[in-house]
Structures are given as C-alpha cells and as structure tokens.
Design a protein around this ligand. Structure first.
Ligand SMILES: Nc1ncnc2c1ncn2[C@@H]1O[C@H](COP(=O)(O)OP(=O)(O)O)[C@@H](O)[C@H]1O
Ligand SMILES: [Mg+2]
Length: 331
C-alpha cells in the first residue's frame, strides 16, 4: 500500500514564530485525523516515532505524518470539468460568440453529477465534524482530494481544524476567497464560518467558475487582507441551472452567519436536489412536455443564463484570494 507523507516545508519557514505555528498545525492535524473516522475524511496511517521535541534537533528527521494517497484534488478537477465538452450545452469558443457576448450554458445533468461526486461527501464529512464541535477553518478545493484507490471524495488538510472552544476572537486563518465576512473582520469562528466556505466551493463545483492562478501575491497584514478582499467579487448564482441549488448557495454565503443552514440541512437539501433531478430525468424520458412545465414551475433551466469564462479579468499581479492567511495565536 502506498502512503503519502506530510511534513514541514522548512525551506519555506522564515521565522521562529512561523515555525511554531506550522509545527502546531501539523501536530493538531495528526491529533484530529487520529480522532476522526469518516469515509469522506482522509485516513491517517502513522506519525513519526521520534518525539516532536527531538524531531527538529540536530539528528532529527523532522516530524511527519503518513496518510492515504489522493489521486488529485478538487482544485485540479474543476478546470478539467470546465474543459469537458459534456459540462456545457453550447461549448463553442468561437470569436464570433465571444464578441457577441454569447456565454456558455451549463449542462444541468453534468452539474448534478459533480454535486454527487464532490459536494455530497464533503457536506457529510463536515456534518460529522460539526457534530463534534470541530471547525475546519480552511475548506477549499485544494483541501479536498479524491482517493487514489476508491475514488471517494475526502477532506484532507486539518492544519487549521480546532474545537470551537479553542478558537479565539481576532484569530484569522484560512484562505481569503473562502473566508466568511465575520472572520475577515476578526469576529471569530462559529460552525457557520465553514458553511460560508462550503457555499463558495459549491458555487465553484456547480458553475465551474474559478480564478486561481500560479502566481500569488503574499498578504501579510490584516489591513492588507481587508483591502485586498474588497476586490473579490461575490459569486453570482444567475448562471446556476437549478433554482434549488442556487438558493442553497445563496443561503450558505449569506453575510448573516445565523441564517446560514447547518450541514445537517445542507446534506438533506443536496439529497433532495439530486433525487428530484433523478425523478425529472425519468420523467424526461417518458414525457418531455410534462418536464418542461415542471421545470417552469421551479424556475430552473430555462431561466438560467450562462457561464462566464474562468479565465477571469484579473491581471497577474492582482489578488485572487487563494493565499493562505494565518494570524492565529500559538497553542
Ligand atoms: N494524501 C495526499 N495524497 C496526494 N496529494 C496530497 C495529499 N495530501 C496533500 N496532497 C497535495 O498537497 C497539497 C497540500 O497539502 P495540504 O495537506 O493541503 O497541506 P498545506 O497545509 O500545505 O496546505 C494538496 O493541495 C494536494 O495537492
Ligand atoms: Mg492545504
């Protein structure tokens, strides 16, 4: 059985403070992964046997953990899904289409397929964590993997995971694009902060819009973070070809944390969306006109518009919100 190994990237650690933070996050990751047991959470298989304090001494090899291997991440898959012909109903990229402002229209069946492959498992794992009052604090496509052997979607980065009781106000960690507004202004964490991140990610899974790029601008201060975040556009659900999915995304990314749904409700809603999609499909095969009136009744596909290109209008040195940020206190 092949295993993946995670250890500190000492080449990228510039100060003692940064070392302590990264080491703490790795130890906490080992702690939570050992404690959690869920089919959509990566399995830890071992931790380095040298005591942590000796790991970084002169003869130490550094602390590490071993885990199951992932084939790729959701971050790798979204651009591939975008490039797949089946993801859109009108995949023409011609200059004429672009000049006329004709945009791509998402294929609703493929979108349901992506929700089933990725979003449901993530929501189930988050529900399981929240039942134990543990917040993940960095839910994003790069932290979601697909198991190399089973293909199952798995949460994989628990460096910022903490029991809610351990989180303090003013602590800001995570990735700006996926951070709830209350976290950005230092109001602290709640279970609903993960729901916000999930909403942004669900939007990416459904719409295939994304904006990450290889070059990143580094954000070091809170003031800089706030200014940079002002430039991040709020996702539009206009392009989502299913009204109930669009409504779920809107609820998850509400600025009012209280009104965001719990993962319990999110799991139920996703399952309802998928089972009514299956029913509609069966219906579709038998009676297309009945399906049209059904879609009209829920305001879905025919009211949907289309998808903008993920090659967004940001220039290379602009902030895209995908830089990890962490001001958390030492533990
Ligand atoms: N178990 C694994 N198998 C394969 N690739 C992995 C695995 N864990 C992480 N990766 C890859 O390494 C990247 C960084 O890992 P992650 O655990 O998120 O560390 P970090 O704390 O540096 O963000 C992931 O986005 C993924 O591409
Ligand atoms: Mg990560």
């Amino acid at each position: 059985m092949q295993l993946a190994m995670k250890r500190l990237d000492e080449g990228n650690i510039e100060s003692t403070e940064q070392f302590y933070r990264a080491a703490t996050d790795l130890i906490m990751e080992a702690h939570y992964l050992s404690k959690l047991d869920h089919p959509n959470i990566i399995k830890i298989r071992g931790v380095s046997s040298t005591p942590f304090s000796a790991s970084f001494g002169e003869d130490g090899d550094g602390y590490f953990i071993t885990m199951d291997v992932m084939q790729d991440t959701l971050r790798d898959r979204i651009p591939k899904w975008y490039d797949a012909k089946s993801s859109f109903d009108n995949k023409k990229k011609g200059l004429k289409n672009r000049l006329s402002g004709k945009r791509k229209k998402l294929n609703v069946e493929s979108m349901y397929g992506r929700i089933e492959t990725a979003a449901v498992g993530i929501a189930e794992a988050m529900k399981y964590m929240h039942e134990q009052d543990i917040v993940l604090r960095d839910l994003k496509p790069a932290n979601v993997g697909f198991h190399a052997e089973t293909g199952k979607v798995c949460l994989l980065d628990f460096g910022f995971a903490r029991e809610l009781s351990l989180c303090s106000d003013g602590e800001i960690c995570g990735t700006p694009r996926y951070m709830a507004p209350e976290v950005l202004i230092g109001e602290g964490y709640s279970l609903k902060t993960d729901v916000y991140s999930f909403g942004i990610m669900l939007h990416e899974i459904a719409s295939l819009e994304h904006s990450w790029r290889p070059r990143k601008r580094s954000i070091s201060s809170h003031a800089e973070l706030l200014t940079a975040c002002d430039t991040l556009p709020k996702p539009s659900t206009e392009i989502i070809p299913c009204r109930n999915t669009a409504l779920l995304i809107e609820d998850c990314i509400s600025d009012d944390a209280e009104s965001r749904p719990t993962f319990d409700v999110i799991c139920m809603t996703l399952n309802e969306i998928l089972s009514s999609a299956v029913k509609s499909k069966d219906h579709h095969l038998g009676d297309i006109s009945a399906l049209k009136s059904q879609i009209g009744a829920i305001g879905a596909s025919d009211t949907c518009s289309c998808c903008t290109s993920p090659e967004s209008s940001l220039s290379d040195d602009e902030f895209d919100g995908n830089e990890v940020f962490n001001n958390s206190a030492e533990w």
